[in-house]
Design a protein around this ligand. Structure first.
Ligand SMILES: C[S@@+](CC[C@H](N)C(=O)[O-])C[C@H]1O[C@@H](n2cnc3c(N)ncnc32)[C@H](O)[C@@H]1O
Length: 310
């Protein structure tokens, strides 16, 4: 039976107190705009007006969720962002075992500010996971001049979300590292299907949002695929230091992996405590579309939970 522990508090302090080489993978979605999870901005989000959390205008009839505006970051904000990720990278590097992977959600506008500090701390960049998802970010005509510039879009309508993939260097060869630390590679989807770096996804379903009302909740269908890949032998501990409502921890629980989640906001922490077991039981394959499996195929329970995404 998988075990999970949720800690209320600051993940930087928590990681500071954690033993070296004691986490096997980190899967996380940090506050990469910095501002959006400050006490001031969260109060504005909860009051429903002002701040960086904006409901993008709905020219196309779609109802949109609040999104932080990353284009408002100043030079100072960018410097603070780099510093934030340098501090994070130093601690993450120390607590991960050799060969341990870090999957980190980011944003096409800011990923470079997140990735460089990680590499400076010693992480190897191992690629990027592209979550194909229509985010409804961008794609708008110039503000207050839609008619005049009806054929112009100011920024592309975003249809993907990058997740940086990093690894703490292995001790020796990958096979040696796998034997000693159980890490170094990624778990295959099946014997003839390696883990791939493009994953079709959908926005988080309303049923999941009702279970875990967090503005940045990631969908179980996607989280279970990346969390599963993070432990190549299916053994070890997953850490999410910025767990929000706990989607990574719920994914780990659904897969039978041990995990630790940390959140410093009391309201989000309470949501995570209630949501993790419910999200872990969430059926990611909608009933109507459930694939019929051939009678003679042998599948493990964690394979069965995965949506057929290709
Ligand atoms: C982008 S959200 C993560 C949402 C998560 N992926 C989910 O599906 O619910 C980032 C979270 O990190 C939390 N956070 C920000 N700074 C933190 C810190 N220093 N320690 C722990 N949590 C922090 C925020 O309150 C926020 O809930």
């Amino acid at each position: 039976m998988a075990r999970y522990t949720l800690h209320f508090g600051d993940c930087f302090e928590w990681m500071e107190g954690r033993a070296d080489n004691s986490i096997h993978a980190i899967v996380t979605d940090p506050p990469y705009g910095l501002k959006e999870y400050s006490a001031e901005e969260k109060a504005k989000l909860r009051n429903g007006h002002g701040g960086v959390w904006r409901i993008p205008p709905s020219f196309d009839g779609c109802k949109r969720s609040p999104l932080p505006r990353f284009t408002v970051l100043t030079e100072g904000d960018r410097a603070r962002l780099k510093n934030f990720f340098s501090e994070f990278a130093r601690r993450a590097f120390r607590v991960l075992v050799p060969g341990g992977h870090l999957f980190i959600a980011t944003n096409p506008l800011l990923s470079h500010l997140v990735y460089l500090p990680l590499m400076d701390a010693g992480f190897e960049k191992r690629g990027e996971i592209i979550r194909l998802v229509k985010t409804l970010r961008g794609g708008d005509r110039p503000k207050n001049a839609h008619g005049e510039f009806s054929e112009v879009t100011v920024m592309p309508r975003s249809a993907w979300e990058p997740w940086g993939l990093f690894r703490k260097p292995c001790e020796g060869r990958v096979q040696d590292n796998l034997r000693k630390w159980k890490t170094g590679g990624l778990r295959r989807v099946s014997a003839d299907h390696p883990f791939e770096d493009v994953i079709r996804s959908a926005p988080t379903r309303p049923e999941e949002r009702r279970i875990a009302p967090h503005p940045s909740l990631k969908p179980q269908a996607f989280m279970r695929q990346i969390v599963r890949a993070a432990l190549p032998l299916g053994a070890g501990i997953i850490l999410d230091p910025f767990m929000g409502a706990g989607s990574a921890i719920a994914a780990a629980l659904a897969l039978g992996y041990d995990s630790i989640g940390i959140e410093n906001d009391p309201e989000f922490f309470k949501i995570a405590e209630a949501a993790v077991p419910k999200l872990a039981r969430f059926d990611v394959v909608p009933k109507r579309a459930a694939p019929r499996l051939p009678q003679r195929v042998n599948v493990t329970s964690s394979t069965l939970r995965l949506p057929l995404h290709l």
